[in-house]
Design a protein around this ligand. Structure first.
Ligand code: FUB
Length: 479
C-alpha cells in the first residue's frame, strides 16, 4: 500500500515538475482580497495549471521588513484535505503587490529527506526565525504513515533554511509533541521560543530548547481556559499581554475565530470572544501580525472556488480597544446609505436587494465570473437577478435590541430546488429556505419568529443551491 502511494506520489511530482518548471519564481502580481488566486498552481496528478488556492496563513515580518505569509496549499481537484501539498511562501512590502517565492517543501521532500510521511496531508504550517543562529525554522503538521482516517499519527515536521523564502531542508520532527495538527511557534521578547499545536478540541503548548529549536524543553502541556477550541492556534503579544487565537466549532456558515488573553505565554487563558465572524467557509484559521505599525488579521475564505477544500487567504486590518481587547475584524464593507439600516421593535424594515453594501467583491458581495450582482427591472422596481449557488449579498443593519421578527423574501426561483438562507454576522438565522417551483413571477416567502440579536452588524443573503432573483427582504417586528 505504502509502495503504491509512494509511486503515485513520484508520478504526480514528476508531472507537476514539468508544469512548474515553466514558472519563474519569484513571481509578483498586484492583488486584493482574496489573495494569491492570480498565481498559477499545478493541478493534482496532471500537467495542467490551475488557480492557486491557499489556506491557514501564518504572517511574519522578518529582518528585511517584508511581510511573509506561510500558507497551506489546497491542490485542485481536492479530495477533502488529503491532497494538500507543496507549501509556497508569499511576501509583500506594500500589501498590494504580492510575491510568490515558489514551492518550499512537499511531502515528496519529507519522504525522501526524512524517510517518513505520506503523499499529501501537509496542513497548516508556521515559520520562526532564530536570531542566535540566523536560521528560519518551518514547522508543519504531517501524517507519519498511511492508516485509516482517524488512526493517523501526526508529527510536527521541521525544515530549516538560512532564508525565509526557500532552500528549506528537513531537520526531523519535534519528538514528544502530541499527535495534533497546526503547529505554531511564538518567540517572546527574551528570545524564548514556545511551540503550540492542537486540533479536535485539544490545544497544547510548551517550550523549545534555547540551543535547539527542533527539540522540546520539557513536555508540552494542555492549554487551560480556552472556550470551544477547535484548531488553528496562533499566539502573539501586544502591550505586554499574550493572546492565543484559534478557530471554534461554530456550525452554520463555518467556524469563527476566537481569542483568549493571558499574562503568560502558556496560560492559563481567559476567553475574550470572537474576532472574526464565519465567512461561509467550513474551516477558519488565522494569524495576527504587526506590519509597519499597524495590525492585521490573516484568514481564509472559500469564495473564489465555492468549495470548502479550495480556500483563499485574505488580509484585513485588525484593531484593539484601549483595554487591549480585539475588535471584530470589519470585513463587511460599508452601508449603502449614510448609516446601517435600523431594526427596531416598532417599525417594519424593507431592505431592497439592490441596496447591498459598498465595498465590492469579498466585502459586500460575492459573484462568480462577473464583476457585481446583476440588476434587473420589473416595472419601476429594480431587483437582483441570478443569485447562484455560493453567491451572496451583504447588508449593514443595526438592531436597537434583541427581538423576534417575521422575515419575508420577495423572490423568484430560476431553476428547480433553489435554496437560500439569511445570516446575521455569519450565523444562519432562517435555516435553509426552499423556493417551490420555477417562475418568472416573484413570490413572497415568510419565515416567522426569527430572533435577531442586538449585536447584529450585517445580514448575508446566501444562495445554497440553484438560482433566484430577489426584490427585497421585509423584516417585521413580532409583538
Ligand atoms: O488546512 C487543513 C486544516 O484545516 C488545517 O490544519 C486546519 O486548521 C483547517 O484550516
Amino acid at each position: 500500500m505504502k509502495k503504491l502511494i509512494l509511486s503515485i506520489a513520484c508520478t504526480a511530482m514528476a508531472m507537476s515538475a514539468t508544469a512548474e518548471s515553466e514558472f519563474k519564481y519569484p513571481m509578483t502580481r498586484e492583488m486584493h482580497n482574496p489573495l494569491f488566486v492570480e498565481f498559477p498552481s499545478p493541478m493534482y496528478g496532471t500537467d495542467s495549471i490551475g488557480r492557486m488556492y491557499t489556506a491557514d496563513a501564518s504572517g511574519h515580518v522578518w529582518k528585511d521588513g517584508r511581510l511573509y505569509v506561510y500558507a497551506s496549499h489546497d491542490l485542485e481537484p481536492p479530495q477533502g484535505c488529503d491532497r494538500m501539498d507543496r507549501y509556497h511562501v508569499f511576501s509583500t512590502d506594500d500589501l498590494v503587490n504580492w510575491t510568490d517565492h515558489g514551492e518550499i517543501l512537499s511531502s515528496y521532500d519529507v519522504m525522501h529527506q526524512s524517510g517518513w510521511g505520506i503523499e499529501g496531508w501537509m496542513w497548516a504550517p508556521d515559520c520562526a526565525y532564530n536570531p542566535k543562529n540566523g536560521k528560519y525554522y518551518f514547522y508543519f503538521p504531517h501524517v507519519k504513515e498511511a492508516l485509516p482516517w482517524g488512526g493517523h499519527e501526526w508529527r510536527v515536521g521541521i525544515a530549516v533554511s538560512d532564508r525565509p523564502d526557500g532552500d528549506f531542508h528537513m531537520a526531523g520532527y519535534v519528538e514528544g509533541a502530541p499527535s495534533l495538527i497546526d503547529p505554531t511557534v511564538f518567540v517572546d521578547d527574551d528570545g524564548q521560543a514556545y511551540i503550540y499545536n492542537g486540533g479536535g478540541g485539544q490545544c497544547a503548548g510548551g517550550k523549545l530548547r534555547s540551543d535547539d529549536w527542533t527539540r522540546l524543553d520539557g513536555e508540552m502541556q494542555p492549554m487551560h481556559g480556552l472556550v470551544d477550541f477547535h484548531e488553528g492556534t496562533w499566539v502573539h503579544k501586544y502591550n505586554g499581554k499574550y493572546y492565543l487565537s484559534h478557530s471554534d466549532n461554530h456550525g452554520t456558515d463555518g467556524n469563527q475565530l476566537r481569542y483568549a488573553m493571558s499574562d503568560s505565554p502558556l496560560g492559563p487563558w481567559k476567553d475574550m470572544g470572537v474576532y472574526l465572524y464565519p465567512t461561509g467557509c467550513w474551516t477558519s484559521h488565522g494569524s495576527i501580525v504587526e506590519y509597519k505599525g499597524k495590525w492585521y488579521a490573516l484568514y481564509h475564505v472559500n469564495n473564489p472556488s465555492g468549495r470548502d477544500e479550495l480556500r483563499s487567504v485574505c488580509i484585513d486590518p485588525l484593531e484593539y480597544n484601549a483595554d487591549g481587547t480585539i475588535r471584530v475584524v470589519r470585513n463587511w464593507g460599508t452601508p449603502r446609505g449614510e448609516a446601517p439600516m435600523m431594526l427596531s421593535a416598532d417599525k417594519t424594515l424593507k431592505i431592497n436587494a439592490t441596496d447591498f453594501n459598498n465595498g465590492g467583491e469579498h466585502y459586500a458581495y460575492h459573484k462568480f465570473n462577473i464583476e457585481a450582482p446583476e440588476v434587473g427591472k420589473s416595472g419601476n422596481e429594480e431587483y437582483i437577478k441570478n443569485v447562484g449557488r455560493k453567491e451572496w449579498m451583504r447588508y449593514s443593519v443595526n438592531a436597537k435590541e434583541t427581538g423576534k421578527y417575521d422575515i419575508t423574501f420577495i423572490v423568484a426561483a430560476k431553476v428547480p430546488d433553489t435554496k437560500f438562507h439569511l445570516s446575521a454576522n455569519g450565523t444562519s438565522i432562517t435555516g435553509e429556505i426552499t423556493i417551490d417551483g420555477v417562475s418568472e413571477k416573484f413570490t413572497n416567502i415568510t419565515v416567522n419568529g426569527v430572533t435577531i440579536n442586538a449585536d447584529v452588524e450585517y445580514l448575508d443573503l446566501r444562495c445554497d443551491n440553484g438560482r433566484f432573483d430577489i426584490k427585497s427582504i421585509i423584516i417585521t417586528p413580532v409583538h
